[in-house]
Design a protein. Sequence first.
Length: 366
Amino acid sequence: MSGSDEILLGHEGGIATLMINRPKALNALTLDNYRRFAPALDAWARDPSIHAVVVRGAGERAFCAGGDVRAVYEAGRGIKGDPGLPIVFFREEYELIRRIHRFPKPYIAIIDGITMGGGAGISVNGAYRIATERTLFAMPETAIGLFPDVGATRFLNRCPGNVGRYLGLTGARLGAADALYCGFATHFVPHDRVAELVDEFRQIVWEAGGARGRIDATLARFARDPGPAPLAALQPAIDRCFAGESVEEVLDTLAARATAGGAHAGWAAETRTGLLTRSPTSLKITLRQLMIGRNYDLEAALALEYRLTQHVMADHDFYEGVRAMLIDKDQDPRWRPATLVEVSDDIVKSYFAPIGDRELRLVRDC
């Protein structure tokens, strides 16, 4: 392997490899990491000796826990770094995600361990996502005053029924079976066979135009059944409780389900309690985002999300959420506005207002 300490690049037997090497930070990605990642992809796309790309995370805990929101917080608050980072960080992150989604060769992410936020962005938007029994997938952004981004407008809406709304609003954590059920993973391979799988990729004898077929055949030999997906049994309740067109309606339906008793009453009560700890503004932004972006392609999703980030970065809740959850770790964010009733329709709409020449405009070719 060669490259910087935090992004390790390799090439063997027709397979390019990228290792995110920040295990102490759960492989969270910095702007410099994105700037190493993106040109590597571009070079591999042009290189005829590269037939597929494998992306992994170093260490035993995480594939990638997300983007480095602490750096964005510090820059936006004027504590440390370039004050313009909130503008540049999301733009370059989303441009990389578009490259991944449109990458012309098999792109294989090994989501072995924690995969959240930006980690979902660099995996779910690619062609192949290999989960293991250690996979822990979530989009927990409403807990830090943000919203599910990195293409989540698209990939959450591709979940069965109203499961995407549930995951986006609550930040619920999923294992491998649920990740497959939602389409976030394409295959399940036991952790102790991942190294062997990657070695098998390197041994493939490549033929013109046959890369995807050979990757598919190799994965078919290694893939296993992770067992039943808990979300499948829960989906009827999710579909009913998250069908409302307002967050208040969702909460009322959950309360009714909890009070009625019976199957899933405990889940409904726990889910409602959890939602009430999230940023009220983030909850309302997220529901509207998923409703209006139901049929968006990736480029449209990222353009919408970039607009939202720029409004969020100019407001209060993101900085307060990061402070409470990641900086001071008191777990007691003081949201502003503090209640759902104070978050008017006009406030919500203001986050979706155009931002002029700062809009993110992405082309669909790679």
